[in-house]
Design a binder for this molecule. Structure first.
Ligand code: NAD
Ligand code: ZN
Length: 360
């Protein structure tokens, strides 16, 4: 007899999601089944919800979506030895082949046959999700499931900030979405001398200050380049962390970059953009990094060290919590923008919300 579970499905190639019953997946020999305690909404899920061009190119409905998750192992495949029922885990969402040149040279995060949970295979907006056992990461039982779930985007922030040291550096974060906000906290905890941040959204700018930014600006209303130069004695910032995906922010970042500085790019630019590499980059003797996913699994060790250390106040970034059934309200909140991370609970009877459920 097959068991059923509730799940949020991109049922058809059109905007929206449907809450429906589907079969509980059966783990293959190298997989585990996780009962989902918390699953958090990523910006890419909002693209899938809206059914924009990117979603239309990447998603084949019907599909259970969602990929940021924490939960409990409830069944393991016959080859799985490292995990057992009851283990409290989070999930690296990049599912890799292990055989390609990238995988075999320590670069699994850019596997040539990369598959992403909730994009290329059924995801975590459900009571249960099935993943390869090698993708599990063990959680400290003291971590709330919503916080344990956001380790995945937190890993993006950690890789962007720490692709080089920031100790003693003056750092600019452009874009205070959830990942930019996390990056501010990481830069601070990793010894940055000064952290400035930009975002047009006032709610997010106020969270940026709570995460430890020294100065925050609205780039649409303030002469930010002049203000950065004032704050850095005319020298500019050693480190630019581009977390908005907005061409104007990249332009500002290159203009504000100090001599011999470094730029790390996480924000996805929707189209190719013209930038002044000659003066903004080459003559500065600067370095640039593209950041994608998380190193497997070095980043996770760093992520968990930050969680244990407690200096990055990640709980503050869980701004809204909903039962899975209230997904429409949750996605409306994401679209409105006055939020950081939004958590969904598919098994609410098993979890006490971190701050309390939002009124739907
Ligand atoms: P988000 O969309 O919530 O945040 C982007 C923020 O940038 C928003 O708060 C927005 O108000 C702000 N912004 C818009 N224009 C700006 C400007 N001109 N200057 C400064 N800020 C501006 O996104 P997020 O979830 O925090 O993710 C950040 C970025 O990283 C997104 O572009 C996302 O697509 C990308 N991303 C990349 C990876 C990767 O692996 N490379 C992984 C996750 C997310
Ligand atoms: Zn590979």
């Amino acid at each position: 007899m097959t068991r059923k579970m509730k799940a949020l499905i991109k049922a058809r190639p059109e905007p929206g999601l449907v809450l429906d019953e589907v079969e509980v997946p059966t783990p293959g020999p190298d997989e585990v089944l996780i009962q989902v305690l918390a699953t958090t909404i990523c910006g890419s899920d909002v693209h899938i919800y809206r059914w924009d061009d990117w979603a239309q190119r990447n998603i084949r409905p019907p599909l259970v979506i969602g990929h940021e998750v924490a939960g409990r192992v409830v069944a393991v495949g016959r080859h799985v030895e490292a995990w057992k029922e009851g283990d409290y885990v989070s999930v690296e969402t990049h599912i890799v082949c292990g055989r390609c040149r990238a995988c075999r040279t320590g670069n699994m995060h850019v596997c040539y046959r990369l598959q992403i949970l909730g994009i290329h295979r059924p995801g975590s907006y459900a009571e249960y999700v099935c993943v390869p056992a090698m993708n599990l990461v063990r959680n400290d039982p003291r971590w709330h499931p919503a916080v344990a779930s956001i380790q995945e985007p937190f890993g993006n922030a950690v890789d962007t900030v720490l692709c080089e040291s920031v100790a003693g550096a003056r750092v600019l974060v452009t874009g205070c979405g959830p990942i930019g906000l996390m990056a501010i906290g990481v830069a601070r905890a990793a010894g940055a001398d000064w952290v400035g941040a930009t975002d047009p959204n006032a709610f997010r700018r106020s969270l940026a200050l709570q995460m430890g930014a020294d100065q925050v600006w609205d780039p649409t209303r303030e002469p930010v380049l002049d203000l950065i130069m004032e704050a850095t004695q005319g020298e500019g910032v050693d480190v630019v962390l581009e977390m908005s995906g907005h061409p104007a922010a990249l332009d500002l970042g290159l203009k504000a970059l100090a001599m011999a500085g470094r730029v790390a790019l996480l924000g996805l630019l929707p189209t190719p953009v013209p930038v002044d590499l000659t003066d903004g980059f080459i003559f500065k003797g600067a370095r640039m990094y593209g950041i994608t996913g998380r190193h497997m699994f070095q980043t996770w060790y760093r992520v968990q060290a930050f969680l244990r250390d407690g200096k990055v106040p990640l709980e503050r970034l869980i701004t809204h919590e909903y039962p899975l059934e209230a997904f429409e309200a949750a996605f409306c909140q994401m679209e409105a923008g006055d939020c950081a991370k939004v958590a969904l609970y598919p098994n609410l009877e098993l979890v006490r919300p971190l701050h309390g459920l939002a009124s739907a």
